[in-house]
Write a new protein. Structure first.
Ligand SMILES: Nc1nc2c(c(=O)[nH]1)N[C@H]1C(S)=C(S)[C@@H](COP(=O)(O)O)O[C@H]1N2
Ligand SMILES: [Mo]
Length: 398
């Protein structure tokens, strides 16, 4: 495109009946606010990114970063932080977008070189804003157990996280001088303001920034009951803080998993195999093993978690029964015939851990059907999605 034609295009764009940057006169729409809210937003995104990445790795049996088996509450904490950081980011992002909105209508610069820089800069902001909105919306809906999409949530949310954080780094790098100046100056300083700013608004910049933080805090308290039992009564947004049978919520019921009759069948037997050796154990056989009780949390990737007292057979005792050596991973199968969680790989560190149980009871009573009757896996510091219910078979891998 010739410079002349570009100039014509720019002139045409300028004459369109759109708002201009100068149409916005509020003092609140300022770099002073954008930078301050941006710092908190950045903290939320970094926390969500690190904890989300950890969770993604924890669910991947081939990950180079394996979760340790201690402390038993670690994954519960990181996944709680993940969902709460994302929740706090929602009001912060809204205020931040509002504060920079006039920039969307800034006239393009006149020089070709500057236009190219502007395109790059705006492009990175477009990627950042759209990926941030995508991440927060899908995350929020997922935590609310509503899945109105057809794509694979975990893979998509994970891929977009890298794009979002990449665009965030580019954005911060480009804006560093203005961020530095805005944070160094008093919040009411007019130093970085647009020319079009009008009179004194009904709200001070300080009040707006504090309100944004307060809204983030309220959003956190309103959801934290998903993870923090003490907050259950005030957490109006906590989707699965409800008690559930045996004191713990249910993610997938036996009916939804299609295992109601198989799980209650009289001839149920757990198969355990190692090499050529095979053992078949009824529920009564399992009850004849030494029963142990441990307090371990179910920490769902969708942000809720709850502690239970699980009673059952130490997994290692079952592996010993087929003569399997230590240091072997175990494939855990469920009675469920479909769905991604019907089979999970239990890495050796978890299979050999003293706290890992094939649970038969929860909080003092026989496991209910929805919690995984006749038997379910419960291991320390393991994502909820991998705590397989309705276990039918354990295969010790070579
Ligand atoms: N077979 C099977 N096991 C499963 C699931 C499933 O869908 N199928 N859901 C998992 C998920 S996502 C969670 S959070 C926990 C929840 O356990 P609970 O319902 O006993 O609280 O079970 C896990 N075990
Ligand atoms: Mo879950």
């Amino acid at each position: 495109m010739s410079p002349q034609r570009l100039n014509d295009l720019i002139a045409k764009a300028r004459s369109l009946p759109l708002p201009r940057e100068s149409s916005f006169t509020s003092r609140l729409r300022s770099p002073a606010v954008a930078a301050r809210v941006g710092v908190w937003l950045g903290i939320c995104f970094v926390l969500a990114f690190i904890t989300g990445w950890l969770s993604h790795e924890a669910q991947d049996p081939n990950a180079w970063l394996a979760l340790p088996t201690r402390p038993v509450w670690l994954y519960r904490a990181t996944q709680g932080i993940h969902v709460l950081a994302g929740t706090a980011a929602i009001p912060l992002l809204l205020v931040k977008l509002w504060s920079v909105f006039p920039k969307l209508f800034a006239s393009p610069p006149r020089r070709l070189r500057l236009v190219l820089i502007e395109i790059l800069e705006r492009g990175s902001v477009a990627v950042l804003v759209s990926s941030a909105i995508f991440q927060l919306t899908t995350g929020l809906l997922n935590a609310a157990a509503w899945y109105p999409w057809h794509f694979h949530f975990r893979g998509t949310h994970y891929a977009l996280a890298w794009i979002c954080v990449g665009a965030l780094l580019v954005h911060v790098a480009i804006k560093l001088p203005i961020i530095r100046d805005a944070l160094a100056a008093d919040i009411d300083s007019a130093l970085l303001d647009r020319d079009s700013i009008g009179g004194v608004p009904p709200l001070s910049r300080r009040t707006l920034t504090r309100s944004a933080l307060l809204a983030a805090g309220v959003a956190v308290v309103a959801t934290a009951g998903n993870t923090v039992p003490a907050l259950r009564r005030v957490s109006v947004f906590a989707v699965r803080s409800g008690e559930g049978p045996q004191g713990i919520p249910i993610n997938k019921t036996a009916r939804a998993a299609g295992v109601v009759s198989l799980a209650q069948a009289d001839d149920f037997a757990l198969g355990i195999t190692y090499g050529g050796r095979e053992l078949s154990l009824t529920r009564d056989d399992l009850l004849a093993f030494t029963q142990r009780t441990h307090a371990l949390p179910i920490a769902c990737v969708e942000g809720w978690s709850a502690q239970g007292r699980w009673t059952g057979v130490r997994l290692r005792d079952l592996l010993d029964a087929v003569g399997a050596p230590r240091g072997r991973s175990v494939m855990v199968d469920s009675l469920q015939t479909e769905g991604p969680f019907r089979q999970t790989l239990l890495p050796a560190a978890f299979a050999d851990d003293d706290l890992t149980l094939l649970a038969l009871a929860l909080n003092g009573t026989e496991l209910t059907l929805d919690h995984g009757y006749p038997c379910r896996l419960i291991a320390p510091n393991r994502p909820g999605v991998l705590q397989t219910k309705w276990v039918s078979r354990l295969e010790v891998l070579a």
